[in-house]
Design a protein around this ligand. Structure first.
Ligand code: UDP
Length: 389
């Protein structure tokens, strides 16, 4: 059987160009885009197109920067705005408004890369860029890679997309209910970067050795998305106190992502157990592989990565509206536990690492069952398949 790239080459098209639409908001879009770029290596020339931060006019070029501060300062407002955009009227107003204001610059940003296929990994970059490139005369197939779990925002499901890749059967049904033709919806799983797939064979002790932390001490990893939002500091502090107070032998790592102020504060704190504090790290995969428990907000990217590695996961919060559906999704499919109160979350961690090790083994098996290590390759293959038709 010829591979997709061979079939495309034989059809005289040469190596296809794939443009992936993303933004810098949070860390999930970048990680998803990178996972697809890796999966397409050798089969396509890939360009990541950051259509808002780098190519849109003021104030749209600041939407990504303002994401974390807005969620932190005005969570209820963010939830309200999110809910409005989930209604048919709200969504139409947003998309038509954004189209009127942005279509030219968005079309230029994408068509400048001369794509053979366009893949979106951003909930708000579907209908508008798709209409924009068609208006500009670009007929490249358009793929919505829905990198959300639970109940993804309806803006993902633009019925004119050539393909919509989703995490599981439940989301496939939501896509069809939202108007996507059934034959254009593929269940692929959520894509994770290659490092996570490769770290699946890594023993915890070896991963800890690689990271330069005590190899034999259980490790609790605390993080909260690419921007380090939410109650990372309070969670980490409560867990450290509980471990020390309960005489549980363990160590911790805290990844603050892009939240540099938090990193400085936590790095300067006095911890009662060994704690490694990191800012934004490209090596989350090894840290997860080294961990016995992960505490995180309900970000879809982080949940998919923990599932790929079978890391028992305690969800400590969510981005209002947007990530609320991920909680039940990870609980039902991955045996994750939701506990936003730091003291109670710390008590669970203390119990699991103390007397209830069996629970961690069960949680790990559930998370593994949810993992889809082949998702990035499946999405990449399905996108190239559109060209081979
Ligand atoms: N991430 C990373 N380095 C860090 C912190 C986070 O690479 O220091 C990655 C993490 O592995 C995941 C993504 O950022 O792939 C976070 O995605 P998620 O959907 O969980 O949340 P978001 O940041 O998009 O809100």
């Amino acid at each position: 059987m010829p591979s997709d790239s061979e079939r495309i080459e034989r059809a005289g098209r040469g190596i296809p160009r794939v443009s992936i639409l993303m933004t810098g908001a949070g860390g999930g879009h970048l990680a998803s885009a990178q996972s697809l770029e890796e999966a397409l290596e050798g089969c396509a020339r890939v360009t990541l197109v950051n259509v808002l931060d780098e190519r849109a006019r003021f104030p749209f070029d600041h939407l990504s920067d303002s994401y974390a501060p807005v969620v932190a300062i005005a969570p209820d407002l963010y939830r309200l705005a999110y809910k409005v955009v989930q209604t048919p009227v709200g969504l139409r107003l947003l998309e038509n408004g954004a189209y009127a204001l942005l279509w030219r610059e968005m079309a230029a940003a994408i068509t400048d890369t001369r794509p053979d296929v366009v893949i979106s990994v951003h909930a708000l970059l579907n209908d508008v860029p798709l209409r924009a490139i068609r208006q500009a005369g670009c007929a490249a197939p358009f793929v919505s890679a829905v990198v959300d779990g639970g109940v993804p925002p309806v803006s993902w499901f633009t019925r004119h997309a050539d393909l919509c890749c989703v995490a599981d059967e439940g989301i496939r049904r939501l896509a069809i209910d939202a108007g996507m033709p059934a034959d254009r919806v593929a269940v692929t799983g959520l894509p994770v970067r290659r490092a996570f797939v490769e770290a699946r064979g890594l023993a915890k002790e070896d991963a800890r050795r690689t990271l330069g932390v005590e190899p034999t001490l259980p490790l609790v990893l605390v993080m909260s998305g690419g921007a380090g939002m939410g109650r990372v500091g309070a969670m980490a502090t409560a867990v450290a106190r509980r471990l020390a107070g309960g005489g549980v032998r363990a160590q911790m790592a805290v990844i603050t992502g892009g939240n540099e102020r938090l990193r400085r504060r936590l790095a300067g704190s006095d911890w009662p157990v060994p704690v490694t504090v990191l800012g934004f790290t490209p090596d989350v995969a090894t840290w997860m592989a080294a961990s016995d428990i992960l505490l995180t907000k309900a970000g879809p990217g982080t949940i998919a990565e923990a599932a790929c590695l079978g890391v028992p996961t305690l969800l400590t919060g969510f981005v209002p509206g947007q990530e609320e559906g991920n909680v039940a999704w990870a609980e039902d499919n991955g045996g994750a536990v939701f506990e936003p109160r730091p003291k109670r979350a710390a008590a669970l961690v203390g119990r699991w690492l103390g007397s209830d090790r069996g629970e961690l083994e069960r949680m790990s098996a559930w998370m593994s069952a949810m993992g889809r290590p082949g998702a990035a390759r499946a999405i990449a293959g399905a996108a190239l398949e559109l060209l081979a038709r």
